[in-house]
Design a protein around this ligand. Structure first.
Ligand code: PLP
Length: 459
């Protein structure tokens, strides 16, 4: 088969056999799919040999760029030992070394703050990291003798994954509505989405009216609420909503006041994305349970962890017959290849001075977004570290959105593709989330292409 025939075969077979996630397949079947064959640094190549700048880090997972030699070698070296062995009843070397490293990392990030995160529970992806957290919090209170604490409080516009528990604590209407009858009931507090404040207030004059709403739910239901579940600092899939300073600390204080656990889902924000290793560091708070995934292996392999405090861990200790065991686990829990990739990825932070080097890049984002804010259909721009968003609106005076059916975000994304840039919008929100190692030149280029694409689509 000639090269071009093979490419045609792949395009055909993709449409014939694959059901793509979060994709209207009718549209997909009518499009020319991009099929990726190779990656290097911040770029990926399609099967025709065209290179694209990876403007969303292959769905927010790639931190240090594609094909990092150090991680390639760590995985290859682990392959020579063993690819998989279970953590159910056995240990394995990379999972132990990674757990030690992660606890060292959180100790360094949160220094003397309490509680100390001291235990690592492995799973495979962001959704399962959240499922684990939810089940752990639920069972914790049973062991503490507070059986009434069976529910959860989370935020509107929150997104924690697509499994049933993670959807139950989430709230992105367009994703979750159809599944509503399947989900367990949870309490929902307003999101601090200041651009579209549902309470009609203006920050900071409001003095966090949304936090007061949360407090009133907690005051009325603290004996029912096991945990407050949040995405700290940036609510990602709900529209890259960047929180006002002080809001996260306010939540932490409420959790202490009303004796409920705090679960921080750092699946999107962890590993430097917001400019600190963990987003919770911005407000010097530590959650009781923290979920991590995505960037943990630099996008090499599916892996997630749920970190817990010693107090939570201790509550599960008991005699075998007490049935205090945490009955949860997956076949690939603590997979040695994935853990080896994660160890190598964590080592790169120090070597590359990744966080230090983000400072001038954040400044570029700041400058370029300030320029974009002037455009006729840009309603809001928001960013933190190396996550940024541009919210497009039909009418800038009234903030009236484009109808979602217009797929305005996708129109911009398709336009950017012509200029060799891959982005994936969230409705009317253009998401900018390149690998943290992107060069200053490539970042400037990315921002310019996005600006040009917005102008070309919206006029
Ligand atoms: C904050 C957050 N939590 C959980 C998830 C789910 O992660 P996964 O897609 O790996 O299941 C995501 C995915 O985007 C996320 O952004």
């Amino acid at each position: 088969m000639s090269d071009i025939d093979y490419i045609r075969h792949l395009e055909h077979a993709d449409k014939e056999y694959i059901w793509h996630p979060f994709t209207q397949m009718k549209d997909w079947l009518e499009e020319n799919p991009i099929i990726i064959t190779e990656g290097r640094d911040c770029f990926v190549k399609d099967c025709y040999g065209k290179w694209y700048l990876d403007g969303v880090s292959s769905l927010w997972v790639n931190i240090h760029g594609h094909r990092r030699k150090e991680i390639d070698e760590a995985v290859k070296s682990q392959l020579d030992k063993i690819s998989h062995s279970t953590l159910l009843g056995l240990g394995n070397v990379p999972s132990i070394e990674l757990a030690e490293k992660l606890i060292g990392l959180t100790d360094a990030a949160f220094s003397d703050l309490q509680p100390r995160l001291s235990r690592v529970f492995y799973s495979d992806n962001g959704s399962t990291a959240v499922e684990v957290a939810v089940k752990m919090a639920f069972q914790y209170w049973i062991h503490r003798g507070k059986n009434g604490k069976k529910s959860f409080l989370s935020l509107k516009n929150g997104y924690h994954g697509d499994t049933v528990g993670a959807m139950s604590v989430g709230n992105v209407e367009i994703f979750h509505n159809v599944f509503q009858p399947l989900l367990f009931k949870t309490f929902k507090a307003p999101s601090p989405y200041c651009y579209r404040c549902e309470l009609g207030k203006t920050c900071p004059e409001c003095s966090f009216a949304c936090l007061r709403e949360m407090e009133s739910i907690l005051a009325d239901h603290s004996d029912e609420i096991a945990a407050v579940v949040i995405e700290p600092i940036v609510q990602a899939a709900g529209g890259m909503i960047v929180w006002p300073d002080g809001y996260l600390k306010g939540i932490r204080e409420l959790c202490v006041k009303y004796d409920t656990l705090l679960i921080a889902d750092e699946v999107a924000t962890g590993f430097g994305r917001t400019g600190k290793m963990f987003a919770c560091e911005h407000e010097s708070i530590v959650p009781d349970i923290m979920c991590l995934s995505k960037g943990i292996t630099n996008g090499y392999m599916p892996l997630a962890v749920t970190l817990a405090s010693e107090e939570i861990f201790n509550a599960f200790l008991g005699d075998f017959r007490d049935l205090k065991t945490f009955f949860h686990g997956h076949s690939y829990t603590g997979n040695p290849l994935a853990c080896a990739a994660a160890i190598a990825s964590l080592d790169i932070f120090a070597k590359d001075e990744t966080l230090h080097n983000l400072v001038p890049k954040s400044a570029i984002i700041d400058y370029k977004l300030t320029e974009m804010r002037q455009l006729q259909h840009v309603g809001d721009v928001r960013w933190k570290g190396l996550v940024a968003a541009v919210e497009l609106v039909r009418d800038k005076k009234t903030n009236a959105p484009f109808l979602w059916e217009e797929k305005i975000g996708w129109q911009v994304a398709y336009e950017a593709r012509n200029d060799g840039v891959l982005i994936r919008p969230l409705g009317n929100v253009i998401v900018i989330m390149p690998p943290l190692t992107i060069s200053i030149g490539d970042l400037n280029h990315l921002m310019e292409v996005i600006k040009k694409s917005i102008i070309s689509v919206t006029g």
